[in-house]
Design a protein around this ligand. Structure first.
Ligand code: SF4
Length: 444
């Protein structure tokens, strides 16, 4: 598992916060405008969220105001769930956020409850350290509604919204067939808002910083890893080219990237000219997802990268849907065979067929991610693949020796409970090498 570095200081209107390496206290949060008694009424806030265009940060990127309205109009007293279960191996932002800024998330839960009329809330997570910080924050600043912390085991699918509901209701953290979706019938049968913790943090910031609503909606946390640099968690405005992010991460000569955790597929080196903006990425056939981007170092073969990603997905299949079990295994087997130089003549045709035919056939998006990764490899690297038929690729051979459990994982930054000194930066720990924040200009 790799370590991660954080920018040293951010303005308080960023989700990243003024001191990303120290858990923010209730007093510090209040001092920067947090928990401000609602000068913005819930209806007004909903209107502002709609006008700003804020979208969810969990992966699907759904418009926040639309989801809030659907829950509010669900016909029964709703429930709000802060979803901090982060199953993508290359993402750390949600666990970091709960460890470092629990009050910002809890403020977001309270404001979402006010907008939807919810009478109770949950914080759903798998990171025990984050759970301890959230429980402490609840004791430090009692919320205006009952909020319970529910823990689960960390798996790729445990944060999928129907799995969240199932776990909170006492079952296993496994997806269910849809419909109904949680906004229709969720926890205890009530309309339920399952919202990513960064989304809720941005709702709270939208309420407390009226002059910055558009900027809050058009910036995002990203976890950058892979390549030759040290993993980096940072907050950037939309519009920054992926190539600029690659350089900030320490891989200026990246050969491409694995986008959106394991959900956005591969882009080649020319794809790094794309701006980090959900619409532009979707139009190019990729996705921002949860904001995790894994760069491919120069000389890395994308076939091994795809095989490694799909291998992780196949291992994480919840094994509820037969098509997912056989489909992810088949795609992984074909990619492994390509990487090893043992693929048969039908391999590319099979991958093409699976990339087109498998999406949408599982109860959750895991099978789509596996098929999408194969499809993106075929689209983005068409000239690379034929040379893998019947002959071992030297780059793959070198990469395959490094593939192993945990290579896609990134460690959550260490967040201390108290600053080492009120006026000086915390001493970098062995696992958190602090550095100056990259200067990135987007299109706010
Ligand atoms: S698609 Fe796969 S991971 Fe998703 S619920 Fe079905 S078996 Fe589980």
């Amino acid at each position: 598992m790799t370590v991660i570095r954080l920018p040293t200081a951010q303005p308080p209107d960023c989700v990243l916060g003024a001191r990303p390496d120290v858990t923010e206290s209730a007093g510090a949060y209040r001092a920067t405008g947090g928990y401000r008694s609602p000068t913005t009424r819930p209806d007004e806030l909903l209107h502002h969220l709609e006008a700003s265009g804020l979208r969810g940060r969990g992966g699907a990127g759904f418009p926040v105001a639309v989801k809030l309205r659907a829950v509010r109009e669900g016909g029964a007293v709703p429930v709000v769930v802060a979803n901090g279960e982060e199953g993508e191996p290359g993402s750390v932002k949600d666990r970091w956020l709960l460890r470092a800024r629990p009050h910002l998330v809890l403020d977001g839960v309270a404001r979402a409850a006010a907008m939807t009329g919810a009478a109770r809330g949950y914080v759903y997570l798998s990171d025990p350290e984050a759970g301890a910080r959230v429980r402490r924050a609840l004791a430090e600043h009692p919320p205006p509604l009952p909020i319970e912390v529910v823990e689960t085991d960390r798996t790729y699918v445990a944060g999928e919204e129907s799995a969240v509901v199932r776990r909170i209701d006492g079952g296993p953290a496994l997806p269910t067939a849809k419909p109904p979706r949680p906004f229709e019938r969720g926890v205890g049968g009530a309309p339920t808002l399952v919202s990513n913790v960064e989304t809720l943090a941005r709702i709270a910031l939208t309420a407390s910083r009226p002059g910055l609503r558009r900027r809050i909606a058009r910036s995002t946390l990203v976890t950058l890893s892979g390549g030759r640099g040290t993993p980096l968690l940072t907050e950037i405005p939309y519009g920054v080219p992926l190539r600029t992010l690659a350089a900030a991460h320490g891989t200026p000569d990246a050969a491409g990237a694995l986008m959106g955790g394991l959900f956005g597929g591969l882009v080649d080196a020319s794809g790094l000219d794309l701006p980090l903006e959900p619409g532009a990425l979707a139009a190019a056939g990729t996705a921002l997802g949860c904001g995790a981007i894994r760069f491919l170092a120069a000389g890395t073969c994308p076939v091994t990268a795809a095989a490694e990603a799909v291998g992780h997905l196949a291992a994480e299949s919840a094994r509820q849907c037969g098509v997912c079990v056989t489909g992810t295994a088949a795609v992984h087997g074909a990619l492994r065979a390509l990487a090893a130089g043992t693929a048969g003549p039908d391999t590319l045709a099979n991958l093409t067929r699976w990339a087109q035919g498998l999406p949408g056939r599982g109860a959750c998006g895991l099978l789509d991610a596996a098929a999408g990764t194969a499809g993106s490899l075929l689209r983005a690297f068409p000239r690379t693949l034929p040379s893998h038929l019947g002959a071992a690729c030297p780059a793959c051979a070198a990469d395959l020796t490094a593939v192993g459990p945990g290579r896609l994982a990134v460690a959550v930054p260490e967040v201390s409970e108290t600053p080492s000194s009120p006026s000086s930066p915390a001493t970098p720990s062995a696992r958190t090498a602090l550095s100056a924040p990259p200067v990135l200009k987007g299109t706010p």
